[in-house]
Ligand binder design. Structure first.
Ligand code: ZN
Length: 300
């Protein structure tokens, strides 16, 4: 089994790991996201030390916060594009790693990486079309469509759907700096904390926050169901730790679809249509490992 490197590049930390799969992670570390020079320097040093002790890496995968350019044919492949994160716009993540490691490097968004990891090793195995949505501090989605990651013009930005909002039931204006009351603006962990004045993980299961949350997520999943026709939807991220959301979302999605077409019957008969990711809070780093495995298969 080839030894692979994985990087989950986030706005607060870079998680790095080496291993051959989810059951064989041999080392992992967390490096704070400060400046590109300091952070990427520490990442390179850590992988160099791992190679010295564990043997050569066959490929590296990077799942990154965005926006990024994940298109291999592009001049800017491997770059972070214009991000609000200070110092990190136009940073060449893949190029920096390539200067130190002569191996295939896979690169994509963090949520596309998580979708690929679930497709390879998790609850997406054997499926052609899979949606992964993370509902945490922010909201983002990645998709495997017909067996491959969905990119299109750049990559999907599923967290910014516009949703129906009842301004009497929920007068909160939303917290997205671009759109106000988009999906992320209404249903991210930040939105929940601002609307109710306390963090989502401190709200009890019978708090009205959760019925509203289930309704917004069901509206979003209705759109994803109708547009992508996924075989399964995986919902991860810190907000989904409130497990009562899952049955509430299924019920509200059924109600919103109003018996339309074949989809409601499919939902009623498949308990696994909407479920948590198998890889749990390791979906990001295992997803980066899956990007490495994919790069090795394509270019190794
Ligand atoms: Zn938005």
């Amino acid at each position: 089994m080839a030894l692979l490197g994985a990087i989950e590049a986030g706005g607060t930390k870079f998680v790095c790991a080496v291993g051959t799969g989810p059951l064989d992670l041999r080392a992992m570390t967390r490096i704070p996201t400060t400046t590109p020079g300091a952070t990427l320097g520490a990442v390179v040093d850590w992988f160099a030390a791992q190679q010295a002790s564990q043997g050569a890496l066959a490929a590296i995968g990077i799942g990154s916060f965005g926006p990024v350019d994940p298109r291999p044919q592009s001049d800017q492949f491997g770059y972070l594009l214009n991000t609000p994160k200070p110092h990190w716009s136009q940073v060449d993540l893949v190029g920096t790693l390539e200067q130190h490691f002569s191996v295939p490097i896979g690169f994509d968004t963090d949520v596309n990486a998580a979708a690929l990891g679930e497709h390879r090793w998790g609850h997406g195995q054997g499926l052609d079309t899979l949606l992964y949505l993370t509902v945490g501090t922010g909201i983002g989605g990645g998709a495997v469509v017909n067996g491959d990651l969905l990119h299109g013009r750049l990559h999907p930005e599923m967290g910014h759907l516009l949703l129906p909002q009842d301004p009497i039931a929920d007068p909160f204006p939303g917290c997205c700096p671009f759109h106000g009351n988009c999906l992320e603006g209404l249903a991210s962990g930040v939105a929940i904390a601002q609307r109710w004045g306390q963090p989502a993980d401190t709200l009890p299961p019978d708090h009205p926050a959760w019925a509203l949350q289930a309704d917004y997520l069901a509206s979003a999943l209705m759109t994803f169901t109708l547009v992508l026709s996924p075989q399964r939807i995986l919902l991860g991220g810190g907000v989904m730790a409130q497990s009562a959301l899952f049955p509430a979302i299924r019920q509200r999605l059924q109600a919103k679809l109003q018996g339309y077409g074949a989809i409601p019957q499919l939902l009623a008969t498949e308990a696994g249509y909407i479920m948590p990711p198998k890889l749990g809070d390791r979906a990001g780093i295992i997803g980066a490992l899956a990007l490495a495995a994919q790069a090795l298969a394509r270019h190794g």
